[in-house]
Design a protein. Structure first.
Length: 90
């Protein structure tokens, strides 16, 4: 299976939104696509931050950016679950 083009993925997200608004998502495919899109977006930020941190020789500023990206991903996940995010204590 090949990766969808950016245009195809955007169309899929628009269709997922339409399906969710119509209330006709009996197998939760639209809900799942929207959730996974949000989750992957947050985790891509963590990936990029970790990659920069390691590539730049464990730079302190990049370490802080990595921690912020992790915190953001955790906060989004807690929000999705309806929980209060305790955070990393930063």
């Amino acid at each position: 299976m090949s990766k969808p083009s950016p245009e195809q993925f955007e169309q899929a997200l628009q269709e997922a939104e339409r399906i969710r608004e119509s209330g006709d998502d009996p197998f939760y495919m639209a809900k799942s696509l929207q959730y996974l899109h949000r989750r992957v977006t947050e985790l891509e930020k963590v990936f990029e931050s970790a990659n920069r941190y390691l590539r730049l020789g464990l730079d302190e500023q990049e370490h802080a950016e990595l921690l912020k990206a992790l915190e953001s991903a955790k906060a989004q996940e807690a929000k999705e679950r309806g929980e209060e995010n305790k955070g990393l204590g930063l």
